[in-house]
Design a protein. Structure first.
Length: 330
């Protein structure tokens, strides 16, 4: 057992892209971390560096089922969920279940332990927005029965459940609405635009743009996002908070930047826009600035170069493994 002064945090989705980075931050802040993940989309490689850390424990478990943690718990961070279009379109029912049952179970754990609770929600709660940029008081424009609705509505329900526990049970809850985030430990082929474009550029393949490329996104480097989440967890604020980088660019501009930075000669090819794909996405971070004294620090060029270096190294290792004939890879 850790010393009494050492806070204990449970992180669901702890082997995922964001969950593993959050774990690193919590450990650096002096927390003991219990990570829970069923590895349906998480990757053990994301947490391999934590093997042997006496303040870290990993439990393979599906949080849509009952969660048992015998230890004292001070914080519960609910990050478990498929989060990329490829994942939640292939896993629609598990996505809905982890948003509903998983949120109920993690809230129940926090209530039983008297712990603080933080929900990882999403800018997808705003759907294809009619308000730009998106502020937390905007209720969204979501198609509940469209193919993306399994993710959007799972997160919207999770927010409603979280606020119900806060109001009815007086649970200390927080909600972060996460905008597009990128950085090391993303999966190369998870369907999101950052790894897709970088992987295509590094492989000399055409960069695939869906639609005409005029749709916009705002990209936040992972360390900035995790800093905002940690600040929110330590705050006394209970309403949703946008965490993201308000620097907005079109998908075509983003493709041009990837081509420029990688030095590739890749062309660009267009494909039809997916159903209900948002046309614009930009966070209003006024609340985060005022309440958390937070704003992003990592410049786009710096963050993208770090991410490109990560994927370049991954591709080189994978190629070497395949050449050695051991068949390993993503």
């Amino acid at each position: 057992m850790p010393p009494e002064s050492m806070p204990v945090s449970v992180v669901t989705g702890g082997a995922g892209f964001l969950g593993s980075h959050l774990t690193d931050r919590l450990l650096a802040e002096g927390h003991r971390v219990i990570a829970i993940d069923n590895l349906i989309t998480g990757n053990p490689a994301n947490i391999g560096h934590l093997a042997g850390n006496e303040n870290y424990q990993f439990i393979k478990h599906n949080v849509s089922n009952y969660i048992f943690v015998p230890d004292e718990v001070n914080y519960v961070f609910h990050f478990a969920s498929p989060a990329s279009p490829i994942d939640y379109l292939e896993l629609p029912i598990p996505t809905l279940k982890v948003g509903a049952l998983g949120t109920h179970n993690t809230l129940g754990l926090a209530k039983a332990k008297g712990a603080k609770f933080l929900l990882a929600s999403t800018s997808e709660c705003y759907g294809d927005p009619l308000v730009h940029p998106q502020k937390e008081d905007y209720w969204g424009n979501v198609n509940p029965i469209g193919p993306r609705g399994v993710y959007d509505e799972a997160k919207r329900f999770a927010e409603a459940m979280t606020m119900a526990y806060h109001r009815y049970h007086k649970l200390d809850t927080k909600i972060v609405r996460i905008f597009n985030t990128y950085g090391p430990r993303m999966r190369l082929r998870d369907g999101r635009v950052v790894p897709a474009f970088i992987g295509q550029a590094l492989s000399g393949e055409p960069l695939t743009i869906f639609g005409d490329g005029s749709q916009t996104r705002s990209f936040c480097y992972v360390s900035d996002l995790i800093d905002g989440i940690f600040r929110l967890a330590m705050s006394d604020f209970h309403e949703p908070v946008n965490i993201g980088n308000p620097r907005e660019m079109t998908i075509r501009q983003f493709a041009d930047e990837i081509i420029r930075i990688t030095g590739t000669k890749s062309a660009v090819e267009h494909r039809p826009l997916p159903v209900d794909d948002p046309k614009v996405r930009q966070p209003d971070i006024g609340r985060a600035r005022a309440v958390l004294h937070w704003e992003p620090k990592v410049e786009f060029d710096e963050g993208i170069r770090r991410t490109i270096d990560y994927f370049s190294g991954w591709l080189q290792r994978t190629a070497a493994q395949r050449k050695a004939g051991d068949g390993r890879g993503e």
